[in-house]
Design a protein. Structure first.
Length: 287
C-alpha cells in the first residue's frame, strides 16, 4: 500500500540525561488514539545525532510494541554511509516498517555521492525508504533528477519528505513521479499548500501535541475538502508558526512539558535551552 497521511516525528523524552521511557510510551499512545498513520523514531525531532546505539535500539523496540497497527519508520541517516547502513540493518532486524533517510550532513556530498549513499542503504533492506531533503540543516538538496535515478533503480524508495517551502519544487516532483514516488511535506506550516499541489501528507512535529487535529487536517485535504481544511489549518497556525522560533525540538518539548505530556522539556547538549522570550511566547499560546 502506498504511503500517505500523517506521520509524527516523535520527540525523544529525556530526564536527567537518560531516556524517559514512560513518557515515550505515553506519547506513542496519544498518537495511536489520535489516529495518525505512523510514527517516526530517531529522526531530527528525536535528536538522533545524540542517541547511543543502545538507546536507538530501545526506542525502536518500544515503538514497535506500543504503536500497534501503525507504521514505525526509523531515522537512519548519517554523514557516514557505513553507519547509515548499519543503523538500517539494526532497525530492519527489530521490525521497522520503513526508514526515513536524511541526506548526509556537514560533508556536503555531490549528487553522485547521494546516489551512492542511498543505493547502499536501499541495498541493505527491502522495506520502504522515505528520502529526506532538508537543505536548511544539511546544506544540500536532493535534485529531482537524482530522485528519479534512485526511483528507477530501487522499488523500495517510495517517498520523499520535502522540508523546504518551495511549492514549485513540489509541483515538479508530483508531475515527474506521479504515484511512483509520493511527496510528504516536511514542515507543518506547508502541509496544506503542498497537499493542494499533490503531496500525500506530512511528517509532522505539531502532531506530537495535536495528533487528532493534524489527522483531521490531513484527511480533509486528502479528500479534496480544501475549504474546511483551510479552516482547520488556520486554527492550528498560531502554534505551528511558533514551532521553529528556536531550533526544533526545543519549542515542541517545551509545549509537551507545559501540557504535562512529558515530564521534562530537556534536550541534550549541544542543542541548548529555550530562551526566556521564546518561553513567554509559547506560554501565551497555551494560557
Amino acid at each position: 500500500m502506498p504511503l500517505k497521511g500523517l506521520y509524527t516525528a516523535l520527540v525523544t523524552p529525556f530526564s536527567k540525561e537518560a531516556l524517559a521511557l514512560e513518557d515515550f510510551k505515553i506519547l506513542i499512545k496519544q498518537q495511536v488514539n489520535g489516529g495518525v498513520d505512523g510514527v517516526i523514531v530517531a529522526g531530527t525531532t528525536g535528536e538522533s545525532p545524540v542517541l547511543t546505539e543502545e538507546e536507538f535500539i530501545t526506542l525502536v523496540e518500544i515503538a514497535k510494541m506500543e504503536a500497534k497497527h501503525m507504521d514505525v519508520f526509523v531515522g537512519v541517516g548519517s554523514c557516514d554511509t557505513k553507519k547509515a547502513v548499519e543503523k538500517t540493518k539494526i532497525a530492519h532486524d527489530l521490525g521497522a516498517s520503513g526508514f526515513l533517510v536524511v541526506t548526509p550532513y556537514y560533508n556536503k556530498p555531490t549528487q553522485l555521492g547521494l546516489v551512492e549513499y542511498y543505493s547502499k542503504i536501499a541495498d541493505s533492506t527491502d522495506r520502504p525508504i522515505m528520502l529526506y531533503s532538508v537543505p536548511s540543516r544539511t546544506g544540500i538538496e536532493i535534485a529531482i533528477d537524482t530522485v528519479s535515478k534512485l526511483r528507477e533503480k530501487y522499488s523500495n524508495i517510495v517517498a520523499i519528505k520535502e522540508a523546504s517551502e518551495s511549492c514549485s519544487r513540489v509541483e515538479k516532483m508530483v508531475k515527474a513521479f506521479g504515484n511512483d514516488l509520493v511527496v510528504f511535506s516536511g514542515n507543518d506550516s506547508m502541509t496544506l499548500p503542498f497537499m493542494s499541489l499533490g503531496a500525500v501528507g506530512v511528517v509532522s512535529v505539531m502532531s506530537n501535541i495535536a495528533a487528532r487535529e493534524m489527522a483531521h487536517l490531513v484527511k480533509l485535504a486528502a479528500d479534496g475538502n480544501f475549504h474546511r481544511a483551510l479552516q482547520e489549518y488556520q486554527s492550528l497556525m498560531p502554534v505551528m508558526s511558533k514551532l521553529f522560533i528556536e531550533t526544533n525540538p526545543l519549542p515542541i518539548k517545551f509545549l509537551l512539558h507545559s501540557k504535562n505530556i512529558i515530564s521534562s522539556a530537556e534536550c541534550r547538549s549541544p542543542l541548548g535551552r529555550l530562551g526566556e522570550k521564546s518561553m513567554a511566547e509559547l506560554s501565551n499560546l497555551i494560557a
